[in-house]
Design a protein around this ligand. Sequence first.
Ligand SMILES: [Fe+2]
Length: 133
Amino acid sequence: MKELTWDRTLSVEVPEIDEDHRRLVDLYNILSHAVAEGESAEYIAAVTDELIACTLWHFRHEERLMLKHGYPGLAEHKAEHAELMADAQALQQRLVAAGETVASTDVEFLERWLVEHIYGADMKMGLYLSAAM
Ligand SMILES: [Fe+2]
């Protein structure tokens, strides 16, 4: 089972964004545990819904901060958010359509989905925002 630990290497140096990311990491771990422990499909679907809803809210939060502080990479970052959200929703819809639950390969996909965005686009944004805020 994949377990993510939030540590300083994941910090984007903007406390309110780090707080959101911690919450997303927690939810990811709850999902990963649920899949590994064979929880019911209904429970796993509820955790997946929560993770997606929380991520959507968090993306809006980041986008508002970027807008407020005039981040020059806003359009690019927003486009990446839209792509990530589309990927997660496609996964969710595929599972619902197939009547399947989240598999460990889906959990791995979501781990990359979360961590690569934080290490990539979010670090760049954090560098700018931590100086601007
Ligand atoms: Fe982001």
